[in-house]
Design a protein around this ligand. Structure first.
Ligand SMILES: [Zn+2]
Length: 292
C-alpha cells in the first residue's frame, strides 16, 4: 500500500512494465470517463450513459439534462425556433437571503448561458408542428419566477392562436421562485388561467414531468396536462417529504412522490423511458390534436 502511494506521488522506482502496473493505469485514466450514478451509486462509463440519452445503463436512473439537450432529443432535428427571447428577470423586491438574488441570477446565467430557467418556441415532433417549452433544472432549480411564468403564458397563447398542441417538459425542483415573492406565486394563477383558456379553445396540452418537479410548478401548470407523462423514478410533488412528515406528524408511504407512486394513484397517465419519449408524445399528438 505504501509502495503504491509512493508511486502515485511520483516517488519510488519506475515500474518495468508501466502498462501492467495498476497504480500507473489509474493515474493515466481520464477521470471524466467515469461517473457515479445517483440512482444505484455504481460507477458507470460516461460515454455509455450519454449514448443512452443520459440514462444509467445499470438501473435506468434518468439524469437531469439541459433544456437544449431536451430539445435535441425530443424535437425533429433543426425544427426548433426559440421565441420570447427578449424576456429577462428583474429583482423588484431587492431580495437577499444568504446571497442577493441578482448575484444568484448572474451566476446561473453565466453557468447555463440562459437568461432564465425556461426556453420556449415552435418546432416539430415526428413532423407534427407544436409549441414547445422546457424548464431547466440547472437554473435556480428550474424555479418559476416572472419570466418562466410569462414564457409559459405566451407559449400557451401562441398554441391557442395557431391552433397547435402545446408540449412542456418540466424540470422544476425549485417550484415557485421565493426570491420574487408574491410575483412568483402569481405565476401559478397566471399559467393556470392561460391553460384553461387554451382548453376552452379546444387546445391540447401535453405535460411531461421529469426529475424533479415540485412546489408551485407542480401545483399549477405542470399538473394541468390533458395528458401527463413522466420519466421513471422522477421526484414529483408539492412540499418535500420532511415538511409533510412534520406537518401531518406521521410517516408517509414508501416511494411517495415518485412517478411510479403517482401512476398507481392515477395522477399521471404513463411513465415513459427517455428513449421512447419522442415516439410516445408523437403518438398522443396524432391521436388527440384537434380532437379535444
Ligand atoms: Zn444507476
Amino acid at each position: 500500500m505504501q509502495d503504491e502511494k509512493a508511486k502515485e506521488a511520483g516517488g519510488g522506482e519506475p515500474p518495468k512494465d508501466a502498462l501492467g502496473d495498476p497504480a500507473r493505469r489509474r493515474r493515466d485514466m481520464p477521470t471524466n470517463l467515469w461517473m457515479q450514478c445517483e440512482g444505484c451509486s455504481r460507477v458507470v462509463y460516461r460515454p455509455k450513459v450519454e449514448a443512452k440519452l443520459h440514462v444509467c445503463p445499470e438501473c435506468n436512473f434518468h439524469f437531469e439534462i439541459t433544456s437544449w439537450q431536451r430539445i435535441e432529443m425530443l424535437l425533429d432535428p433543426g425544427s426548433f425556433e426559440e421565441h420570447f427571447t427578449g424576456l429577462s428577470p428583474m429583482d423588484p423586491l431587492g431580495f437577499r437571503a444568504v446571497r442577493a438574488y441578482t448575484d444568484r441570477l448572474a451566476d446561473a446565467q453565466g453557468r447555463t448561458g440562459l437568461a432564465d430557467a425556461c426556453v420556449a418556441g415552435t418546432g416539430r415532433i415526428e413532423d407534427v408542428p407544436v409549441i414547445f417549452g422546457v424548464s431547466d433544472s440547472r437554473f435556480l432549480r428550474g424555479s418559476m419566477g416572472s419570466v418562466v411564468g410569462e414564457k409559459i403564458c405566451r407559449a400557451t397563447e401562441l398554441a391557442r392562436d395557431r391552433s397547435l398542441p402545446f408540449v412542456f417538459v418540466s424540470g422544476s425542483g425549485g417550484g415557485a421562485r421565493m426570491d420574487e415573492g408574491i410575483l412568483s406565486l402569481m405565476q401559478m394563477a397566471k399559467t393556470s388561467a392561460a391553460l384553461a383558456d387554451l382548453d376552452r379553445h379546444g387546445g391540447l396540452f401535453i405535460s411531461i414531468l421529469t426529475n424533479p418537479t415540485m412546489g408551485g410548478a407542480m401545483a399549477s401548470f405542470a399538473a394541468l396536462g390533458d395528458v401527463i407523462l413522466a420519466e421513471p423514478k422522477a421526484l414529483i410533488g408539492f412540499a418535500g417529504p420532511n415538511v409533510i412528515r412534520e406537518t401531518i406528524k406521521s410517516d408517509i408511504p414508501d416511494g411517495f412522490q415518485t412517478s411510479e407512486f403517482l401512476l398507481e394513484h392515477g395522477f399521471i397517465d404513463r411513465i415513459v423511458n427517455r428513449e421512447d419519449l419522442r415516439a410516445t408524445v408523437a403518438y398522443f399528438l396524432r391521436m388527440l390534436a384537434g380532437r379535444l
